[in-house]
Design a protein around this ligand. Structure first.
Ligand code: C2O
Ligand code: CU
Ligand code: CU
Length: 453
């Protein structure tokens, strides 16, 4: 049922979390001590958010993936001072999708998200509900927010130091929805996982421990046109994927990840103490880590033999010939000494400029289709654009990869990608951001802003 005038209250607050028994850590959360509630909104609704900042520092809440005008976006321009409340009314006018909300206070984003200021935002619509996908939240439709965090003696610690600006904050422990060594009881049947990479910097190569196939059904922007059978999927910070996996065989199995691609890259660049410099064969089981262990149980609900729909969402992709403007972006990290990036005098940039909140980098016309060619240097960078969904036209001068398809808002850039972007949301009162979603790269200046008018 539609709920006009729905009100959702969020309070950013400080708290204590015992990730391990008897070991308390100081953390941040929305309406709780770590992370925030999963928010569900329906296409067509107007949802008022009342976001109270009970922290001692400034914060913002950005609705990552939500298509709303610039002044409602929760970017660094909608700063919520300590003690203040921000009340945007968000018109929900986009297809069903798994979105993500998180702090975006410039210079503090990495620390605040690391400490817990993030949550999941689910958009539903009638079309998706008509497909018969698993949708019993917490039973056969599960939120899986993945984060790596550093623990010492069972307590969460904030990694600091010279390498943080270049490698991003990483950790020795994978949390799912805030839980270390997580496990889930699931029905003996088809289950939908809403995967969100809420890590600051780590890219995951996700698969199942027995290499079973699963069906990829959705990206950041919503459902794919047709489901895709896969055995592995890559998820970079800020990216989401919805998958359907069958537990009908009743066997326990785990979602696992390969080693951190960027960490091994940083290892080669020297100085990566924590992650070591192992370069084992990728197929070697010793290089995988468990993300989430599943125990299938009869009688938990769900539908044992539910079919996987092939056709999902019809969607019109703009014609590349309709593109009126091409823009070029180069994400870079200047290095003065090898392995010494991010220290004084070294800049993280887009097109040779570090972020300046007083400077508008690009001006786009409302309704235009453009091609953005984005390249990255030194390591893979997850590139995110606010206020739009885009399609990948080309990757490294070739056709896009299988994993590049669908409506996206964050994409990993290695050499170069060409993105087909349509700008349908105005950003006149406040600009939109584009940036690397390694949060420390963003905080250190690998970000720009554009108006849409
Ligand atoms: Cu998820 Cu500009 O951020
Ligand atoms: Cu965003
Ligand atoms: Cu980056």
């Amino acid at each position: 049922a539609r709920q006009q005038g729905q009100l959702i209250s969020l309070q950013a607050q400080k708290g204590e979390t015992a990730f391990f028994p008897g070991r308390r850590s100081t953390t941040l959360g929305y309406n709780g001590s770590y992370l925030g509630p999963t928010l569900r909104v329906h296409r067509g609704d107007d949802v008022t958010m009342a976001v109270r900042n009970s922290l001692s520092a400034d914060t913002t809440v950005h609705w990552h993936g939500l298509l709303v005008p610039g002044e409602l976006d929760g970017s660094p321009h909608q700063l919520i001072a300590s003690g203040a409340t921000w009340r945007p009314t968000l018109p929900i006018r986009q297809p069903a999708a798994t979105l993500f909300y998180h702090s975006h206070a410039h210079g503090l984003t990495g620390e605040q998200v690391y400490s817990g200021l993030a949550g999941m935002l689910v958009v539903t619509d009638e079309e998706e509900q008509g497909l018969g996908l698993p949708s019993d939240y917490g039973v056969d439709d599960l939120p899986v927010l993945i984060q790596d965090r550093q623990f010492e003696d069972g307590r969460l610690v904030m990694p600091t130091g010279m390498m943080i600006a270049s490698q991003g904050r990483r950790g020795n422990t994978i949390l799912v929805n805030g839980a270390p060594t997580p496990r889930a009881d699931v029905p003996n049947g088809l289950v939908r996982l809403r995967l969100v990479n809420g890590s600051n910097a780590r890219i995951y190569e996700l698969s199942f421990s027995d290499d079973r196939t699963f069906h990829w059904i959705g990206t950041e922007g919503g459902l794919l046109a047709r489901s895709v059978e896969l055995q592995a999927i890559t998820l970079a910070p800020g990216q989401r994927a919805e998958i359907l996996v069958s537990f009908a065989d009743g066997q326990p199995v785990s979602l696992v990840t390969g080693q951190d691609a960027n960490a091994s890259m940083m290892g080669m660049m020297g100085g990566m103490g924590m992650m070591g410099g192992h370069h084992d064969d990728e197929d070697d089981a010793s290089t995988t880590e468990t993300v989430l262990a599943f125990s299938p149980r009869p009688g938990l609900g769900g539908r044992a033999a539910a079919p996987v729909p092939t056709l999902l969402a019809a969607r019109t992709v703009p014609d590349p010939d309709a593109a009126v403007t091409r823009r070029r972006f180069v994400l870079n990290m200047s290095t003065e000494g090898e392995g010494m990036m991010g220290s004084d005098g070294d800049a993280l940039t887009i097109n040779d400029r570090s972020f300046d909140i007083g400077r508008i980098d690009e001006e786009v016309r409302l309704g235009d289709v453009e091609i953005w060619k984005v390249s990255g240097r030194k390591m893979p960078h997850p590139f995110h654009i606010h206020g739009v969904h885009f399609d990948v036209l080309r990757r490294d001068g070739d056709d896009p990869d299988v994993l590049d398809q669908g409506p996206r808002d964050t994409i990993v850039v290695k050499e170069a990608v060409e993105l087909l972007v349509r700008f349908d949301q105005p950003a006149t009162k406040a600009p939109f951001m584009y940036h690397c979603h390694i949060l420390e790269h963003e905080d250190e200046g690998m970000m720009g802003q554009f108006t849409v008018a």
